[in-house]
Design a protein around this ligand. Structure first.
Ligand code: NDP
Length: 489
């Protein structure tokens, strides 16, 4: 069966392009999928435009749209095993992590399913007895949803669920590397009863299949999650037609550990913060900032444990983390480590591909790496390697910690570890970051907004603001006693 989904029909690419997907853990072939070009994208946009302008979905009562999302959540639960396996084959991620993701994805659909019905009109008190004023929340229109490979269906759900809850139609363009969970989502949306043309799926490369989405006058909004350079390019292109733009870009997230932190927990979570999914997490705690007096003991223990982390493929039950997504990405991570060492960082562990384990020989594995004695000017500290690379910097006091933490163009996430709750609140209030954890790392809930300050992007996903991104407020004023004003008489 073909893999592009346009106007409610499965279709092949017009120029018959295809792409072979291989598992990053061992290079084994997963499937061959259709690969769209710009002409296919134009067809998908036309289908979404028609479904928005002529179709029933934007005018469907919000509660009914919410019910459909709840049905999708149930279908996601039903197909959890199938979806998790597909996602693990595409990404190389451990199966258990993909299974957690599927639970989160179903919860996301459930959250927006319930929220859809709760958004009502807002009545405005004009102070004028002869006027009624209210604000209604309408869908934006045709949304282009562009997602990355690290959490393929999760990032997709954060966009698709609120876009549908608000009554939009969309064209989804997932990463060319990880198409399979998006393909299955289209099946589930149809099974749940979504009208044809509301959801459209384009597979293909960013420059070929994705770029026209930002350019096309029939697209009203682009919501993008991915790298900073791509985000900048999309924003510039979207300016040509003054589209609404939402960007979820990268992070270079500080994990700040004060000497009075709970040692055992802070060490344990410093590892989780950066090495989960081999660091391919936008909110990864890749910059460890440690109070000077704690530095030696803390870093020694982080290094000792990092050396013990077991790498493996998605179905290796002993594995604790998996491969990088591609040979190209592996080369990028290696280049950042080499640059860090050339700039004076001290390699404490890792810094190489694993050797000696035949099970890892054909995958894009890289050892958990700790670079100590880093400085804020180093490229490996400033830029996102998006790999299992922890840089360590020392700080002297609270002001120094805040200064180092904020010394980045990014502002996505970060954490503070201390047993002094007043200090924790002081530091948190000074961090220019979208999500900040106190004595924890990584948890999120669909009820709370997610997004970045500074060049980590703008707009928010999740929470009520995540729905508002996909709505246009419209003010409706009604004069209840129309009469001439005589202004120009
Ligand atoms: P990219 O920016 O390379 O790609 C993201 C998506 O954009 C992919 O679907 C890609 O397609 C597409 N794309 C690439 N070029 C264009 C273009 N010119 N026009 C339209 N679309 C295009 O990022 P990665 O996939 O490499 O993802 C990693 C990045 O994503 C990291 O920097 C990470 O921080 C960020 N990220 C941010 C998150 C957040 O919540 N803030 C969450 C997850 C990741 P293709 O793959 O086919 O090239």
């Amino acid at each position: 069966m073909p893999d592009l989904f346009i106007g409610g029909a499965w279709t092949a690419a017009l120029d018959e392009g295809t792409r072979e997907i291989r598992c990053p853990a061992d290079g084994s072939p997963v499937a061959v999928v259709d690969e769209a070009g710009g002409k296919d994208t134009a067809l998908a946009i036309a289908a979404a435009r028609h479904a928005f302008d002529e179709g029933s979905w934007p005018g469907t009562p919000a509660a009914e749209r919410g019910d459909l999302l709840l049905r999708v959540a149930d279908l996601l639960v039903r197909d959890k095993a199938l979806l998790a396996r597909a996602e693990s084959l595409d990404t190389g991620k451990r199966l258990v992590e993909s299974e957690y993701d599927m639970d989160d994805i179903a919860n996301c659909f459930r959250y927006f399913g319930h929220l859809a019905a709760q958004v009502g009109d807002r009545v405005v008190d004009t102070g004028n007895p002869d006027a009624e004023s209210r604000v209604v929340y309408e869908p934006v229109g045709v949304c282009a949803l562009i997602t990355p490979w690290n959490y393929p269906l999760l990032q997709t759900a954060w966009k698709v669920a609120p876009a549908l809850a608000a009554g939009n139609t969309f064209v989804l363009k997932p990463s060319e590397l990880t198409p399979h969970s998006a393909i299955h989502l289209m099946r589930l949306l149809s099974e749940a009863g979504l009208p044809a043309g509301v959801a459209n799926l384009i597979l293909g490369s960013g420059p070929e299949a994705g770029a026209p989405l930002a350019d096309h006058p029939d697209v009203d909004m682009v919501s993008f999650t991915g790298g900073l350079q791509t985000g900048r390019r999309l924003m510039a292109t979207a300016a040509g037609t003054v589209k609404k733009v939402a960007l979820e870009l990268g992070g270079k997230n500080p994990n700040i550990v004060f000497a009075d932190a709970d040692f055992e927990t802070a060490v344990d979570m410093a590892l989780t913060a950066v090495f989960l999914h081999s660091g391919q997490v936008c909110s990864a705690g890749a910059r460890l900032l440690v109070e000077d007096s704690l530095h030696d003991r803390f870093v020694d223990e982080v290094v000792r444990r990092a050396r013990l982390i077991r790498l493996g493929g998605p179905f290796d039950e002993q594995a604790q983390t998996g491969p990088l997504i591609s040979a190209q990405h592996l080369a990028k991570v290696e280049a950042y480590v080499a640059a860090g060492l050339a700039e004076g960082a001290v390699l404490r562990c890792g810094g190489a591909r694993p050797s000696g384990d035949p099970a890892l020989a054909d995958g894009y594995f890289y050892l958990p790496t700790v670079l100590d004695e880093c400085g804020a000017g180093m490229s490996v500290v400033r830029e996102e390697s998006f790999g299992p690379v922890l840089t360590v910097e020392r700080f002297t006091d609270e002001d120094d910690a805040v200064r180092l933490a904020n010394d980045t163009i990014y502002g996505l996430a970060g954490a503070v570890w201390t047993s002094d709750q007043e200090r924790a609140q002081r530091v948190v209030s000074r961090l220019r970051i979208g999500t900040v954890w106190i004595n924890d790392y990584h948890p999120y809930v669909p009820q709370a907004e997610w997004g970045g300050f500074k060049q980590s992007g703008f707009g928010r996903e999740l929470g009520p603001t995540g729905l508002a991104e996909y709505q246009e407020p419209k003010h409706i004023w009604r004069n209840t006693s129309p009469a001439p004003q005589g202004w120009f008489s």
